[in-house]
Design a protein around this ligand. Structure first.
Ligand code: APR
Length: 240
């Protein structure tokens, strides 16, 4: 681990960690806003369009199945493992993540210590009754009928369990993330451009409580001048 970050961690009591897509790129999953990232390849499908258009649902499911195939082959990397160690050592009560890939859980962090503020792509939910559906059954339904998956219980529209633009974030998860940010002595943002709100407001919640802020990211962010430590480089190197 970079010595300056190790020293900050050493000096701190409780640590809060917020991760973004940048922590998963070394596992082979593209992030969103780097050159070649997801938003340079796919147009954003917002929640309203998904719910209104069968064509949009078919396109979104095509992307989800591609992602599920990719996630089946990827493994957590040194960045995930370093964060898992922080939790295992009791320094960090839970990791707040914007990621939907489930790699923090795969790195050994218990489910209840991963605060997924943008949901999770590894399963789907009925938008009417909330019933959980597995990605494999959604794929089987679409391959059988050529139509987007419908809830096996109520016939409602089934959607990946991720938070889409235009959709409310999971209130309980975000409230927990705010408590973690407000209750820590050191807030570390890892692999996020900090451009999407309200996730990007979490460092502000921490700073209001005179918490120390560290940012570990390849590119600069607009929060850098508020941070006590900014490490620009590869996460695996800096955290590993
Ligand atoms: N090491 C260090 N930094 C990296 C690495 C790496 N190996 N790979 C990428 N990065 C950095 C990029 O430079 C970028 O600044 O990680 C950041 C990732 O930023 P984004 O692609 O914007 O991802 P994120 O911040 O997680 O996006 C937030 O936007 O589209 C929505 O819901 C989506 O959760 C996502 C949210």
């Amino acid at each position: 681990m970079h010595p300056a970050l190790a020293r900050l961690i050493e000096e701190s009591g409780t640590i809060a960690v917020l991760t973004g897509a940048g922590i998963s790129t070394e596992s082979g999953i593209p992030d969103f806003r780097s050159p070649g990232g997801i938003w340079s390849r796919y147009r954003i499908i917002e929640y309203g369009e998904f719910m209104a258009s069968e064509t949009a649902r078919l396109e979104d499911w095509r992307r989800r199945f591609d992602m599920e195939d990719q996630l089946g082959q990827v493994r957590p990397n040194r960045g995930h493992l370093a964060i898992a160690r922080l939790l295992a050592e009791g320094r960090c009560p839970a990791v707040i993540t914007q990621n939907i890939d489930g790699l923090h859980q795969e790195s050994g962090v218990p489910d209840d210590k991963v605060v997924e503020i943008h949901g999770n792509a590894r399963h789907a939910l009925c938008t009417r009754c909330g019933l959980r559906h597995e990605i494999a059954e959604c794929r089987a339904m679409l391959e059988k009928t050529g139509r987007p998956p419908a809830c096996r219980a109520c016939g409602g529209i089934v959607k990946s369990a991720v938070v889409m633009f235009g959709q409310m974030m999971p209130e309980a998860a975000f409230a927990r993330a705010v408590r973690l940010a407000e209750g820590c002595d050191l807030f570390i943002a890892v692999g996020t451009s900090l451009v999407v709100h309200p996730a990007a407001s979490l460092p502000i919640h921490a700073l209001r409580n005179h918490t120390r802020l560290a940012i570990v990211n390849r590119e600069p962010t607009e929060f850098d001048e508020l941070a006590e430590l900014v490490l620009n480089g590869e996460i695996g190197e800096l955290l590993g």
